[in-house]
Design a protein. Structure first.
Length: 319
């Protein structure tokens, strides 16, 4: 069944389809599918927290221009997929393992649409957390690329003590389904200006985000619930203790990263033989939606990685 899609805001290729799918637990998801004639494979795109398909319209255009089909999902609790709390602005999920049902439905939708194999994983921020868990659990992809993956959350020094007591506070007060202290119902992009934002150094892309949210207020998502934050911290800790899959993997992070903990990415990479780490200078969190120079570094590296032979050793480089 066709789902709503704002093609003018997305600036995506015109030949995609955006549909409703239902995950195994009954949650309705919105999934976008972009076939390409004679595609050299399909990229499974998993966005970050608060994101939605339209935000990746320009990225999808770049991917399909290089002859990759694309399948992308609105994760549960955001975009047009089912919101999971009475307050639709509250970022919430039951357990992080529930996100794996979204990945499974994305793969099934790609298969049902006859999008060609091999499949490749491209995952950003929260999507990187979900995508790594999927790899560990056997997601069948040829290669994986992570953009600023949320394998650790950057907590300002002034808030670390309160964060440490958050589980006790939540248990004593019963406020796990309320906004994380310091957060609220306003979407970050909607309430912040370009100067000092943590997402991108590129005003054109920042205005692109603003335009989408102002035109379609339903896209907006505020802060996470206390429960979501505690689940996120627990899953980051679990991932750090796992044996990581022997899938050729590339990890990207910007030198101006202010949302995920870049030190965790470096530490995980150092013990992951099939993974490479690429540091992009003068880039913030949204590496696919950054300055032309940073964005080119990411996309050039992505396409070269998808097409080259395996490297038998980890690599750290700067772009």
């Amino acid at each position: 069944m066709q789902a709503p899609f704002h093609a003018d805001l997305a600036e995506a290729p015109p030949d995609g389809s955006v549909i409703w799918r239902t995950a195994r637990d009954g949650v309705r998801l919105r999934i976008g599918l972009w076939p390409v004639p004679k595609a050299c494979g399909t990229i499974l795109l998993i966005p970050g927290r608060t994101e939605y398909i339209e935000k990746y319209g320009r990225v999808i255009r770049d991917l399909t221009a290089q002859s990759y089909a694309v399948a992308v999902v609105d994760l549960r609790g955001q975009g047009y997929s089912d919101r999971l709390a009475d307050d639709p602005a509250l970022g919430h999920v039951g357990t992080f393992s529930d996100y794996q049902l979204d990945v499974a439905e994305l793969v099934t939708a790609a298969s049902d649409a006859d999008l060609p194999k091999p499949y490749f994983l491209l995952a950003h921020s929260l999507g990187g957390n979900i995508g790594l868990r999927a790899l560990i659990e056997g997601l069948n992809v040829e290669r994986a690329v992570f953009s600023a993956p949320m394998w650790g959350i950057q907590i300002p020094a002034a808030k670390r003590l309160s964060a440490a007591f958050l589980p006790t506070w939540a248990r004593m007060t019963g406020k796990r389904l309320e906004y994380l202290p310091g957060a609220g119902e306003a979407a970050y992009v909607a309430e912040s200006g370009f100067d000092g934002n943590l997402l991108t150094t590129d005003r054109n892309h920042f205005d692109y985000f603003k335009r989408q949210l102002s035109t379609v207020p339903q896209f907006a998502l505020g802060g996470p619930s206390v429960h979501w934050f505690l689940e996120a911290q627990a899953e980051c800790a679990r991932l750090a203790s796992e044996s990581w899959p022997n899938v050729p993997t590339q990890i990207y992070v910007g030198t101006l990263e202010g949302i995920v903990d870049a030190s965790v990415l470096t530490k995980m990479h150092s013990n992951w033989p099939s993974a490479e780490l690429t540091v992009i200078n003068d880039a913030r969190h949204e590496l696919m939606m950054e300055s032309p120079k940073a964005r080119k570094a990411f996309l050039d590296g992505l396409f070269a990685f998808l097409k080259r032979p395996r490297r038998p050793f980890p690599l750290i480089r700067e772009s």
